[in-house]
Design a protein around this ligand. Structure first.
Ligand SMILES: Cc1cc2nc3c(=O)[nH]c(=O)nc-3n(C[C@H](O)[C@H](O)[C@H](O)COP(=O)(O)OP(=O)(O)OC[C@H]3O[C@@H](n4cnc5c(N)ncnc54)[C@H](O)[C@@H]3O)c2cc1C
Length: 510
């Protein structure tokens, strides 16, 4: 066991986007930082896997805010990782194509002018509603610090709390009677698991704005973000240990955390601790009795976003074109009720993409599909656990379940792309259990804690906890997504680094 003399300034638990970014920001400030990761591969949802010479992303398909001068571009430049990334800009006139069962198709373009123009072409009588939507998105984003770095005002949405209570669906209904347009404006709801009953408009605004301002694929996989963060972190003296599952904490007499215990019997000591784990898991590991009951109850009661069934296809050479945009395919007109889907008609929503590969920009070597799936569907296997670090089998019935679901997805694809089946080499899939086991999110949730306009403040989680030297970071803090978790890491680090000084440095990257 290591002794307290080997004490780190910071110990970060979890190497997801938020954990790695926090670790690098602190290492850049000359702190001694250790990252502990339970998995074999670092990166959390940035992890990839390889089959049949194809690289498959598990949790990042495209990233927004990466045009020159936009927020993620500036943050990645500050972190000095932008230069390492192999990026593919999605089609400027169509980064997302929305398709309905009736055969109608619509495009979302990049840049507000393009975005509005493409939609007005499809809905010529709805120009006022389309412009109102674009204006509202930009107005709301203006209230969120770090989403508009140049005019950053801390706490501005606190001064306008009504914005957190505005429902996205209600807002869209208020600007247009046209049901098709409502669906089209909110069609990339799977980026945040949009639901009529709960999703706030600010969630739509923060996500839509980032993709309108620069949508990119990561060529050969999103793990390059994690690799680059690790490279810069190690250059600054940072340490990362894999296969280190933190299971409990040891405390000083004054109630501060002294160290964390890992499942392999090791203990690591630090002055400050940052958890990149889901807040609910953090409470369990750091001893529920040390948190206020009211806080514990609130966090435990918060709903998480739905999980997903992912299908990954390796494809025969030149069998299928590369599409430089994503497809959102709907098999219902009731698109914002697909989270609570009808099992008989599953999948009612499919996100489809051809990942960018350095091998070809005309043909796809693989295809990836995401459909909503609830943990309830795989409940009978909930006591199994299977990762690379801890391999196990879930059984033949689980395999049969996956094969049946894959077949339903293939049937849908075959209708949209006749002959698709003939081009398949192999099919792989993952369920909510995969995400639960690898990432540790409750119910294998896609994006962590669900934001809800009915209880806006209850769904906002602070970076500080009752334990004086335990902080939180990751997708549950500010927002999910690569942009959201990156911003969350900065917000966590503002507890230790002067806010104005850091912002001034970030602003230098225009
Ligand atoms: C299917 C899917 C598709 C997505 N698509 C996109 C997309 O296209 N674009 C986009 O921007 N975002 C996308 N996202 C969201 C985005 O990937 C996440 O919001 C973001 O990566 C989460 O980062 P995080 O910092 O919260 O860390 P997480 O990714 O949640 O990682 C947490 C880390 O903590 C580790 N950990 C947990 N418990 C322990 C423990 N006890 N001890 C040690 N380590 C532990 C985990 O192993 C993991 O590495 C997608 C997510 C999913 C699931």
């Amino acid at each position: 066991m290591e002794t307290p003399s080997n004490t780190y300034d910071f110990i970060v638990i979890g190497s997801g986007m938020g954990g790695l970014t926090s670790a690098l920001i602190l290492a850049k400030e000359n702190h001694r930082v250790l990252v502990l990761e339970k998995n074999h591969q670092i990166g959390g949802a940035l992890q990839v896997f390889s089959r049949d010479k194809c690289v498959f992303d598990t949790g990042v398909h495209y990233v927004g805010g990466l045009d020159k001068g936009e927020n993620l571009y500036r943050l990645f430049n500050y972190l000095d990782i932008y230069k390492d990334l192999k990026l593919q800009s999605l089609d400027r006139d169509c980064f997302d194509k929305i398709r309905f069962e009736d055969g109608s198709e619509y495009k979302h373009g990049q840049g507000y002018e393009n975005f509005a123009a493409e939609l007005i072409r499809s809905f010529p009588d709805e120009a006022a509603a389309i412009h109102a939507f674009c204006d509202k998105i930009q107005e709301v984003c203006g209230m969120f610090p770090m989403y508009n770095i140049d005019d950053v005002v801390i706490g501005s949405y606190y001064e306008n709390p009504e914005i957190l209570a505005l429902g996205a669906w209600d807002y869209v209904c208020s600007i247009t009677e046209n049901e098709k347009l409502r669906n089209v404006l909110l069609a990339n709801g799977p980026l945040y698991a949009g639901e009529i009953k709960s999703t706030p408009f600010y969630v739509v605004a923060l996500i839509a704005n980032s993709y309108i301002k620069g949508s990119y694929r990561l060529v050969d996989g999103g793990s390059q973000i994690a690799k680059s963060l690790v490279k810069r972190f190690r250059e600054r003296g940072g340490e990362i240990l894999k296969h280190k599952e933190v299971i409990s904490a040891v405390y000083n007499e004054d109630g501060t955390v002294k160290g964390v215990n890992c499942s392999d019997g090791t203990t690591y000591y630090g002055k400050q601790f940052i958890s990149n784990m889901h807040p609910s898991l953090t409470i369990d590991i750091f001893d529920p009795s040390r948190f206020r009951k009211v806080y514990r109850d609130r966090i435990k009661k918060l709903e998480n976003t739905v999980s997903s069934f992912m299908v990954y296809f390796s494809l025969k050479e030149k069998a299928f074109p590369y599409f430089n945009y994503n497809f959102y395919d709907y098999y219902t007109e009731d698109i914002w009720n697909t989270v609570e889907y009808d099992q008989e008609n599953w999948p009612q929503m499919m996100y489809v993409c051809t990942p960018a590969s350095s091998k070809s920009d005309t043909h796809a070597e693989s295809l990836c599909v995401m459909c909503y799936m609830s943990m309830d569907e795989v409940k009978q296997w909930e006591n199994t656990f299977n990762t690379i670090a801890h391999p196990d089998q879930r059984g033949e019935d689980y395999t049969a379940f996956k094969r049946a679901k894959e077949e339903l997805v293939i049937q849908r694809l075959e209708k949209k792309f006749p002959g698709f089946r003939d081009g398949i080499i192999n099919v792989y899939s993952s369920t909510p259990l995969t995400y639960k086991d690898y990432i540790g999110t409750p119910e294998g949730s896609l994006y962590g804690i669900k934001k809800d306009f009915r209880y806006p403040e209850a769904t906002i989680v602070n970076t500080r906890t009752r334990i004086p030297n335990l902080y939180l970071t990751g997708q549950n803090i500010v927002f999910h997504g690569i942009l959201g978790a990156t911003i969350g890491a900065f917000v966590t680090c503002f507890n230790f680094i002067d806010y104005q000084r850091l912002i001034t440095k970030i602003k230098e990257y225009e």
